[in-house]
Design a protein around this ligand. Structure first.
Ligand SMILES: [Zn+2]
Ligand SMILES: [Zn+2]
Length: 350
C-alpha cells in the first residue's frame, strides 16, 4: 500500500510503500477513494499547536510517534474485516468517523469517543487517510453517506461535524434570541448553515474580512458586523436589541472571546471552537452573577456525525467548494493551506 507520511516534524510528507495490513479482531480494512485535507494537519505536520502565552501543545505529548500518516477525513470501500468484526458492509462505500478512542472505556462504549482520555484517533495516533488503504478499529465507526457527493461527504467528518457539535451545544435556542458566529471562514459558514438547518434565523456574523462577511450573508446570516470597527460590541447589541443569548467563537483569540463575553446576556452561552491560541482574564463574580456558560467544543460524537450526514442528505446543509487533487499532491496542498491560498476544501483522490 501507498501512503504519504510525516518522517520529520515540519518537513514535507514523504511517499512510503508497505504491505497492506491484515485486519485483526474487530478491525475493518477500507480501500480509500478520498481524504479531505484539513487545516489542522498543517499544525500537526509542524508537530505542535500554539496554546497562547507562548505555550505549545506538542503532538508527541498527544501520543504521536513518527513516521505518521495524517489525514482524518477518509472515505472508501470496505474490502475485508477481522474475525471478530460484525455488521461489516463488504463492497460498500463508507465515510469513516476518525475521532476514535481506546474503544474500551465508558465514553467510547457510549459513542463519545472524542471524550476518551486515551485517544487513538485516525490520522493522529493511528495511521490516517493520506493513503490508499486504511484500518478502522470497529465497524461502528463506518457511516453510510450514500446519496451525497462522496468527496463532500469526506469533509463532513471534521469541519461539518465540528460545526454541528458546536451549534448543538446552544440548543434549545429560543427563536427570538440572537446568536453570534464569530469568524466566518469555512467552519463559520458551516455553523451558519447548521443554525439555519436547525430552524434558527437570528444569526449575526462577525469577521475582519468584508469578503467573508458577504459569504456569511449568502450562507444565511441575517446581520453582519465588521470586526475591525471600534464599536463592534455596541453594534452587536444594537442588532440584537440588547445582550445576546449565545456566541460561537470559531477564532479563539483574546479579542474574539472578550467580544463574546462582553455581549452575552444572563444565562448566555459562549461555545469555544477556534484554536487561534488566545487567553482571557475571567471575572468569576461576573460569570456567576450573569450565570454564564463557557464551553469548549472539540470535534463531535459518532451520533452527531450520523446527524450531519442526515442533514446533508435532506439538502439542509449545502456543499462547500471542493477541489479534487491526486494524493501525490498532498504535501503541496498543506503548504498552500498554510499560506491561506485555498478556498473551500481540497480532497485527495486515490
Ligand atoms: Zn480537521
Ligand atoms: Zn476510550
Amino acid at each position: 500500500m501507498l501512503s504519504y507520511d510525516v518522517i520529520e516534524w515540519g518537513k514535507p510528507l514523504e511517499k512510503a510503500e508497505r504491505d497492506i495490513p491484515k485486519p485483526k479482531g474487530t478491525e475493518v480494512l477500507l480501500r480509500l477513494k478520498y481524504c479531505g485535507v484539513c487545516h489542522s494537519d498543517v499544525h500537526i505536520r509542524e508537530g505542535y499547536f500554539e496554546l497562547g502565552g507562548g505555550k505549545r501543545l506538542l503532538m508527541t505529548e498527544r501520543g504521536m510517534t513518527l513516521p505518521a500518516t495524517l489525514g482524518h477525513e477518509p472515505y472508501g470501500t470496505v474490502i475485508t474485516a477481522g474475525p471478530d468484526a460484525a455488521d461489516v458492509p463488504i463492497g460498500e462505500d463508507r465515510l469513516v468517523y476518525p475521532w476514535t478512542g481506546c474503544g474500551a472505556c465508558a465514553r467510547c462504549r457510549e459513542g463519545l469517543d472524542n471524550f476518551c482520555m486515551a485517544p487513538a484517533m485516525i490520522g493522529i495516533q493511528r495511521p490516517g487517510g493520506y493513503a490508499d488503504h486504511l484500518l478502522v478499529p470497529h465497524s461502528r465507526y463506518l457511516i453510510d453517506a450514500s446519496g451525497i457527493d462522496p468527496a463532500w461527504a469526506a469533509t463532513l467528518s471534521c469541519s461539518g461535524l465540528s460545526a454541528y457539535a458546536a451549534v448543538s451545544k446552544l440548543n434549545p435556542i429560543p427563536r427570538e434570541e440572537w446568536v453570534a458566529v464569530i469568524g466566518a471562514g469555512g467552519l463559520g459558514l458551516s455553523a451558519i448553515g447548521m443554525l439555519r438547518a436547525l430552524g434558527h434565523e437570528r444569526i449575526v456574523a462577525v469577521d475582519i474580512d468584508l469578503g467573508k462577511l458577504k459569504a456569511a450573508a449568502a450562507a444565511g446570516a441575517t446581520a453582519t458586523v465588521y470586526g475591525r470597527d471600534s464599536g463592534c460590541e455596541s453594534q452587536l447589541k444594537q442588532i440584537a436589541g440588547g445582550f445576546i443569548y449565545g456566541a460561537i467563537d470559531l477564532v479563539g483569540s483574546t479579542d474574539t472571546a472578550k467580544l463574546a463575553l462582553g455581549t452575552l446576556r444572563k444565562g448566555g452561552k459562549l461555545i469555544l471552537v477556534g484554536l487561534y491560541g488566545g487567553e482571557v482574564p475571567l471575572s468569576l463574580v461576573t460569570t456567576i452573577q450573569r450565570a454564564l456558560t463557557i464551553q469548549g467544543s472539540h470535534l463531535g460524537t459518532v451520533a452527531e456525525l450520523h446527524a450531519v450526514v442526515a442533514l446533508a442528505r435532506r439538502g439542509q446543509i449545502q456543499p462547500i467548494p471542493i477541489e479534487k487533487r491526486s494524493l501525490s499532491e498532498v504535501s503541496r496542498t498543506l503548504d498552500e493551506l498554510k499560506q491561506g491560498a485555498i478556498i473551500g476544501r481540497v480532497v485527495m483522490e486515490m
